[in-house]
Design a protein around this ligand. Structure first.
Ligand code: SF4
Length: 199
């Protein structure tokens, strides 16, 4: 069975699903079968709620304060399991909850999922990836033609109801592109995080 929980750089991650609604050119899944302490992040079948809960019960959270939903797939594609297990982890282990997402959950579910997320998570990090829709479509290759605009809309909806909301880009982008990303993030009142490529 693939790893459901794994650690990387002193953080605990949940590998909830291998489903994703993007095909990013840079996706780590195209290069390796695992990261951090995980051995294999490819599920034969995506885990059930019971399997994720069991993995949490088996894990020793001593010394960890945050649980991050971010594995070999898009966590909001398994929204029900994400919400239920995040609430369990928060109530049982006192962990804060972060979701690393492509921000396309509203498009995937055909409704605004932010109120549901707001009831279960403390932080959301949304991959912005590019300063405009054209660049975004080229690198993330999402299933939806209006993905860039909806990703930014998702970020602004999160801003109003989730304590920590960040848009993220990787520092391989040219400086002028990062500046434009920052301008767009500022315009919707969300902090931009510039990540190192190796993060
Ligand atoms: S959104 Fe994440 S998991 Fe999905 S293809 Fe892009 S990098 Fe990979």
């Amino acid at each position: 069975m693939a790893d459901i929980l794994y650690t990387y750089k002193n953080q605990v991650y949940v590998n909830l699903t291998n489903e994703c609604n993007c095909r990013c050119t840079f996706c780590i899944r195209n290069q390796e079968d695992a990261i951090g302490e995980a051995e294999n992040l490819w599920h034969k079948t995506n885990p059930t709620l019971e399997e994720v809960l069991e993995a949490m019960k088996q894990f020793d959270f001593t010394g960890y304060t945050e649980l991050v939903y971010c594995g070999y797939g898009e966590p909001t594609c398994a929204l029900d399991i994400l919400l239920a297990t995040a609430k369990y982890a928060k109530d049982t282990y006192g962990l804060t909850i972060r979701v690393n997402t492509n921000g396309l959950g509203n498009l995937y579910h055909g409704r605004n999922i932010v109120p549901e997320l707001a009831g279960a998570v403390d932080a959301v990090s949304i991959s912005m990836n590019a300063p405009d829709a054209e660049g975004y479509m080229k690198v993330t290759r999402p299933k939806y033609p209006d993905a860039y605009e909806k990703m930014l809309e998702f970020a602004s909806l999160c801003r109003d109801s989730i304590p920590s909301v960040k848009l993220s880009v990787v520092d391989v982008l040219p400086e002028e592109d990062i500046a434009e990303c920052r301008r767009k993030a500022d315009a919707i009142g969300v902090e931009l995080r510039v990540r190192h490529f190796t993060d």
